[in-house]
Design a protein around this ligand. Structure first.
Ligand code: NAD
Length: 496
């Protein structure tokens, strides 16, 4: 089912139905802000304009979500019934997976094959998993003195605003929506400007699956207007956000300046892949380079720093360069393509700037260049770059969000640890070694929310995902995510 076949994806894209209006209270509505003007990164073609939400439109969406919440049509039905509707929603997504994958590929440039195999598979799995979990969450009866009974129950928080990025548009959306809905909240979703079409279609599928009107609303628009309006709204109870550190911190400010709503920020990363001297260098470097170039490097967990013993540095550069040269971008609509387009010309300019500055700072270019790559006329493409740098180079400190790998030599494991922990981020890290002692001691000292050992990007819905330090403190996935969207209620009963 999740296998892309055929060569007619470009033809299908030309006739793909795309929604262009806000989705509020189960109906399509025109927004009153300046419309969005999306462009297909594959070939630079203008896509249909999208109606955008103003502050007033966002207020209407929040009021619709609040009315649905207060009515009990979702918040007070049996958890099992909510779970079944989420599973029905997952099935609708499954049945429309090819169309959704093509929409994502069109709007943000990832290969249609990847969108289908990885993203849509994850989205279906996520809604199904939380649908199944909905009636398996237990409340507590703590031990108290005889003569009293205390109940600790979890209640839905109310209205949740989900503000998400474009790199894994529907996966990030599912990670927010599924747990928030499973426990009975109503949601207002603000998709990223580049990936609004897929979000609007998702909302329609939720509606078709029987999720009541007003429970899921979508307000397309800019971050500065629609995103900010949600952050500052006095009747939003929770903001769940994935995106850049700058904007994540803005949401904390919006909360402080409005109603003190809970904000769950999941922000950027600068993953270090730490190869110990005993590791299989070839395997570790290949996996790290693949992990850095995947999704055109537009990943919060991209393994963008490869840390190797100094004696192995040159060999590591060679292996990584080989991976780079065999991972060239191509047409996202070809099923054989594994690297597609960069999301926008602006993002592309940001990436080339990083490479130019790295070279000017003395970085050694082992593969690629600071030039754009030509795959499809008019499109935004960039071939992977491998750089030999020091930990202080800008490219080894800041998040590039493009296929640029920094290879860094270390002298002692203690130095490697300091380098790995030496950025503002703390999302993920990888360790390569078969020394059990080293693996356990180092993984404890890596300041990261996720540590992969002898693998990269492995995971399951059952495990939490999120970071520490500048990478934020929200956690997606697993049963822990349900806690973000509930309040603990204590009911104390005196028995006579
Ligand atoms: P971004 O922060 O620019 O935008 C994210 C969302 O915030 C978008 O919907 C955008 O419209 C909105 N926004 C932008 N400015 C805003 C403002 N002033 N007020 C309110 N909302 C605003 O991020 P992006 O470019 O879409 O995504 C890339 C970033 O996301 C990277 O830093 C990446 O590491 C991070 N990311 C993190 C994770 C994770 O799980 N930790 C996953 C994917 C991406």
């Amino acid at each position: 089912m999740f296998t892309a076949t055929g060569d007619d994806w470009a033809d299908r894209a030309a006739t793909l139905p795309l929604h262009t209006r806000m989705f509020i209270g189960g109906a399509w509505e025109e927004g009153s802000a300046e419309p969005l003007t999306p462009v297909a990164p594959r070939d630079g073609r203008a896509l249909p304009k999208i109606s955008a939400a103003s502050v007033g439109d966002v207020d209407r969406a929040v009021r619709s979500a609040r009315a649905a919440f207060d009515s009990g049509v979702w918040s007070r039905i049996a958890p099992r019934e909510r779970g079944q509707l989420l599973i029905a929603f997952a099935q609708r997504i499954h049945d429309n997976a090819e169309e959704l994958a093509l929409t994502i590929s069109l709007e943000m440039g990832k290969p249609v094959r990847e969108a289908l195999q990885t993203e849509l598979r994850a989205v279906v799995n996520c809604f199904r998993w939380y649908g199944e979990a909905a009636d398996k969450v237990l409340d507590e009866i703590p031990v108290t003195a005889p003569g009293s009974l205390a109940l600790v129950t979890r209640e839905p928080a109310g209205v949740v605003a989900a503000v998400v990025p474009w790199n894994f548009p529907l996966t990030m959306t599912a990670w927010k929506l599924a747990p928030a809905l499973a426990v009975g909240n109503s949601v207002v979703l603000k998709p990223a400007e580049h990936t609004t079409f897929s979000a609007l279609r998702l909302a329609e599928l939720a509606h078709e699956a029987g999720i009541p009107a007003g429970v899921l609303n979508v307000t397309p628009g800019t971050g500065q207007v629609a995103g900010r309006a949600l952050g500052e709204h006095h009747d939003v109870d929770v903001v769940t956000f994935t995106g850049s550190p700058e904007v994540g911190r803005k949401f904390l400010g919006y909360s402080a300046a409005s109603n003190g709503k809970r904000v769950w920020p999941e922000l950027g990363g600068k993953t270090a892949s730490l190869v110990l001297p005993d590791a299989d260098l070839e395997r570790a470097v290949r996996a790290t380079a693949d992990g850095c170039f995947y999704n055109q490097g537009q990943m919060c967990t991209a393994s963008s720093r490869l840390l190797v013993p100094r004696a192995q540095r040159d060999r590591a550069l060679e292996i990584a360069a080989d991976v780079a040269r065999t991972s060239l971008p191509a047409d996202p609509f070809e099923v054989t393509t594994s690297m597609g387009a960069i999301v926008s010309e602006r993002q592309l300019a940001g990436i080339t700037g990083f490479v130019e500055r790295a070279q000017a700072e003395g970085g050694e270019l082992a593969a690629g260049s600071a030039e754009r790559f030509h795959a499809v006329d008019g499109g935004s493409y960039f071939a992977p770059v491998v750089l030999g740098v020091t930990p202080q180079h800008e490219v080894a400190q800041r998040e590039v969000f493009g296929p640029v790998l920094s290879v860094i030599a270390y002298d002692h494991v203690e130095d490697a640890l300091a380098i790995a922990n030496g950025t503002e981020f703390g999302l993920a890290a990888a360790l390569w070694s078969t020394d059990l002692n080293a693996v356990h001691t180092l993984s404890r000292r890596l300041r990261a929310g996720v540590v992969w050992v002898n693998c990269f990007e492995e995971g399951d819905m059952t495990i939490p995902f999120g970071g520490v330090k500048g990478s934020g403190f929200g956690r997606d996935k697993s049963l822990h995510a349900l806690e973000k969207f509930t309040d603990l209620k204590t009911t104390w009963i005196e028995l006579s």
